[in-house]
Structures are given as C-alpha cells and as structure tokens.
Design a protein around this ligand. Structure first.
Ligand code: SF4
Length: 203
C-alpha cells in the first residue's frame, strides 16, 4: 500500500494538487483526474456525495452529470439557493469498470472510502460549513465514521464527534434508478429530506 500523502493542505487549489498526486488507494491509478468540491466558502451547508461520475471525471468538476442536474432541481424545489452551498464527494477519484468502451460506475470499497477520508476532512476544515448533508451511504459512512443505513436515517440530523450535524439522505443517482412510475414520489421524498436543511437559510 502506498504511503499516505503529505500533510494538511491550506487551500482548495492545494487540495486539488494533492489529490491529483494521491495514490493511497487503487482508484487514483485509473481515473482521469481528481475532483474536489466547488461552491461558496463558509456556507451554511456542504453537500457530500459518493464519488465523481463519468462526466465529473472528465470535467474535473463535481455534480455536473445527470445526478448533479437532479440535485440542482431538488435544491431549487427545497428552496435552497444552489450558489449558497458547497458540493463535494467523499472519494476524490472516479471508480469504474469498463464494459466495452463504456465506463460503468463502481461503488468505492470501505477501505477506499477510509483512505480518502482525510482529504474530505481537510476540505471540511477549509470550507468551514455550518452543517453537512450526506448524500448516500458512502458519504454517511465517511462523515459519521460508521455504517449508517440511509433508509432508516433519512431526513434526520445526526451529530459527528466534532459536534457538526449531518443530515442523511439518498444520493440523487439512486433516484435515477427508480422505476419511472415511482420517480416523482421519490423525488418529492428527496426534496422533503432537503427541506430539513432549508431552515438554515431561513434564519
Ligand atoms: S480516491 Fe482518494 S485516497 Fe484514493 S487515490 Fe484518489 S484521492 Fe487518494
């Protein structure tokens, strides 16, 4: 196993450079580039997904693919200003398997989420959000340090050891896999989860 990359970073540009060079888990060897977060510094809310997808890997930006577009729509429906939040991922490189020429998303293993965890904590320390949203099980595990079943905890605020609160909900990509006839109800439930965080913007 490669050694852990050097020490803490002090800017998001340094985080990008450090994660670009990181090979602490195998995903770094296959992705195009690392993807770090984007958005407002010191936001009331930082949303954390699982990992970049195919389009994010190519663009070097988080949440620019289909799941990102769905997230934008849900934030708007929940009355959360998109330009007032910060979005990122628990794992900074795109894990996939090739099927023909297509790169198919593969969920990161627990050890890969753990290897990337210190970069996420560096990012949280740099961005200094007021609260966190875990989009899906990988993000919840990384942010809370333990397996956290999403369906049993969705829409709830859970505390981290440092006192910061984490709202747990689904990853928007999960909604893209729902049967078409159930998709609208699933979207409304996702928006209802996000509305728990909307109060932070109403103050
Ligand atoms: S996914 Fe994270 S831990 Fe793995 S190589 Fe990339 S930056 Fe490093």
């Amino acid at each position: 196993m490669p050694e852990r990359s050097a020490s803490r970073v002090t800017t998001l540009d340094q985080l990008k450079a450090a994660t670009m060079a990181c090979r602490e888990c195998p995903i770094g060897y296959i992705a195009t580039q690392s993807v770090v977060g984007e958005g407002k510094p010191k936001p009331r809310l930082m949303l954390v997904g699982e990992q970049p997808g195919d389009q994010e890997d190519l663009a070097g930006k988080p949440f620019v693919g289909p799941a990102g577009k769905l997230l934008d729509r849900a934030l708007q429906a929940a009355d959360i200003p998109r330009d007032q939040v910060f979005v990122t991922n628990a794992v900074k490189h795109f894990k996939f398997e090739l099927r023909g020429k297509r790169r198919i998303h593969k969920s990161p293993a627990q050890r890969e989420i753990a290897a990337c965890h210190h970069w996420l904590e560096d990012e949280i320390a740099l961005v200094r959000p007021g609260a966190l949203v875990a989009l899906g099980a990988s993000a919840a595990r990384s942010l809370l340090g333990r397996a956290t079943p999403v369906l049993a905890n969705r829409g709830q605020w859970l505390p981290r050891p440092d006192g910061m609160q984490v709202l747990v909900t689904l990853h928007p990509s999960a909604l893209l896999r729902v049967d078409p006839e159930d998709r609208e109800a699933a979207f409304e439930a996702f928006v209802a989860d996000l509305r728990q965080a909307q109060r932070l913007f109403a103050r």
